[in-house]
Design a protein around this ligand. Structure first.
Ligand code: NAP
Ligand code: GLV
Length: 306
């Protein structure tokens, strides 16, 4: 069995070492133009040329949860596309989102400002019940985030494409229930995949439906958010701010207004990083399962885009 590795912006050597240790029977090499035909590929944002040269791939394993970059390519007709299924990301995502929600709800930025002037001032007490959090996308990561927020007793709403029941979460699904979901939420957490249906999903008309004092946390993809609409709604006072981890252009350009906006927190696409060892273990296990003809979790449906 031959496996080709083609992960843009990723140091190949530690991955190759780990994959070779996990799959000692396989020949595993970094892809370069003209490389021999492989059975499986381990990829992140590969170039189209790589896919064009590997028409016989049977498995394409993405080293991230989001496959939007892959879905923009023409992929080998017979290949099963498999994404990372948690592999150590959901706990990081839960930490990040809970941190952002709690920092906002408890007004810890006000404490930080007060500390600069040695001011001993109590923050006003806010009611948790007035901060319903809407988790947009109740998949592997969204469900974990929703459950973590419930631990802090925030009311939690969840929105997905198909109906989904999670204890303690008020479930909404489909386009028909989207407005009701937004209207029931004050903090909006974006965790849907970027697909033709979800591009620009956070724009003036949708964000305006959040409860007054709304707050946006985008941890999915920059293409979900219309940047100017967010800034305008914050400046107009309908939204109180945002925590953003993902952007249309990454790295976020130095002159982008998000950097200097006092009510916007920017982090460098770091909310849930790929954990190499966990990912290698998961991918190697799935390659072996596929070779045995078994079904694997995390198969992408190209028709839905995720
Ligand atoms: P997932 O398991 O595939 O979950 C996706 C969820 O979104 C599902 O609940 C799905 O509904 C819902 N959804 C998809 N399209 C929808 C639509 N048109 N309308 C309503 N709901 C829709 O994905 P995941 O593993 O949780 O990852 C989610 C995203 O997080 C990734 O695609 C990626 O963009 C992002 N991510 C970001 C980072 C980071 O560091 N910032 C790290 C990892 C992932 P169904 O349940 O009905 O299918
Ligand atoms: C990171 O953004 C991922 O999709 O895993």
């Amino acid at each position: 069995m031959r496996i080709t590795f083609c992960c843009t912006g990723t140091k190949a050597e530690p991955w190759l070492q780990g994959l070779r240790a996990a799959l000692p029977e396989a020949t595993i090499e970094e892809w370069a133009p003209g490389a021999p035909q492989a059975d499986h590929a381990v990829v992140w944002a590969p170039p189209q040329a790589m896919m064009d040269e590997q028409p016989a791939l049977r498995g394409v394993f993405n080293i991230g949860a989001g496959v939007d970059a892959l879905m923009r390519l023409k992929l080998p007709a017979g290949a099963t596309i498999v994404r990372l299924d948690d592999a150590g990301m959901s706990v990081q995502m839960a930490e990040y989102v809970c941190h952002a929600v709690i920092r906002h709800f408890r007004e810890f930025d006000v404490c930080a400002d007060n500390e600069l002037d040695a001011r001993w001032v109590f923050n006003r007490q806010l009611r948790r019940g007035d901060f319903p959090v809407g988790v947009m996308g109740m998949g592997v990561l969204g469900e974990r985030v929703a459950k973590a927020l419930l631990q802090f007793e925030f009311p939690v709403n969840g929105w997905s494409r198909s109906p989904k029941q999670v204890d303690g979460v008020r479930g909404f699904h489909g386009q028909d229930q989207f407005d009701a979901f937004l209207g029931a939420s004050r903090v909006l957490v974006c965790l849907v995949p970027l697909t033709p249906e979800t591009v620009d999903i956070m724009r003036r008309d949708t964000l305006s439906r959040l409860r007054p004092g709304g707050y946006v946390i985008n941890v999915a993809r920059g293409g979900h958010l219309v940047d100017d609409d967010l800034i305008a709604l914050i400046d107009e006072g309908h939204l109180t701010g945002a925590t953003l981890d993902v952007f249309r252009t990454e790295p976020l350009p130095q002159d982008h207004p998000f950097w200097s906006h006092p009510k916007i927190t920017v982090t460098p696409h770091t909310s849930a990083r790929t954990v190499r060892d966990d990912s290698i273990e998961q991918i190697a296990g799935k390659i072996l399962a596929m070779e045995r003809g078994e079904a694997v979790e995390g198969v992408v449906h190209p028709d839905r885009g995720y």
